[in-house]
Design a protein around this ligand. Sequence first.
Ligand SMILES: Cc1cc2nc3c(=O)[nH]c(=O)nc-3n(C[C@H](O)[C@H](O)[C@H](O)COP(=O)(O)O)c2cc1C
Length: 208
Amino acid sequence: MNIIDALNWRYAVREFSSDVIAPAQVQQLLEATRLSASSYGLQPYHVLVIQSPQLKQQLVGFSLGQEKVAQCSHLMVFAAHTNIGDATVNRYIKQFSQTRGVSAAQLANMDEHYKAALAVMDAAQRQQWAHQQVYIALGNFLTCAALMKIDTCPMTGIEFDGYDRVLGLREKNLTTTAVCPIGIRHPHDASAREKKVRFAEHDMVTLL
Ligand SMILES: Cc1cc2nc3c(=O)[nH]c(=O)nc-3n(C[C@H](O)[C@H](O)[C@H](O)COP(=O)(O)O)c2cc1C
């Protein structure tokens, strides 16, 4: 599908049908997400894929009553790392070294530079930086889902602490950034037929 057609086709789904997305499609969408860009390439995030009907139902209680969290095929929870700092860089350097066959010693400058970049931020800024990286992955996820004709609804209308508690995220040095139910739109979901509300290009773009 043409990219503009795909982005016009997608919308924030209010009501999902009971259709289930095939595992291979979910896998492809996660792979597309894994390939997202991130600051310094550090990828300070994790995605939880929730299929369990019981767990999804439990999370409705922390989603301001948004039933789509339970109706959907899979509920994606996009979580940011909480232990941002040297450990974030060490993890990446190890991966870089293995992937490109370069010794850790050869990556000393990169290691120092990246650690210094994170060290100038205070704890709140580092957490915000991690959430920003999650949003890039989420945006990529939404666009790729649209191209695959998988319906989505990005959501932050949730109780973040509740999600963290139910999913045991804090113990894993993670915290919820946003969630995204995926599936197939319900034929009765009237939002599908509503016009997109977007500012004109001249309000958003300046050519210099
Ligand atoms: C970060 C973020 C959080 C959102 N949270 C919710 C939400 O909790 N519930 C919901 O129904 N829609 C949510 N939305 C969907 C937006 O309302 C929707 O994307 C926007 O109105 C534009 O409409 P469209 O996506 O249908 O084109 C969220 C979107 C984003 C990007």
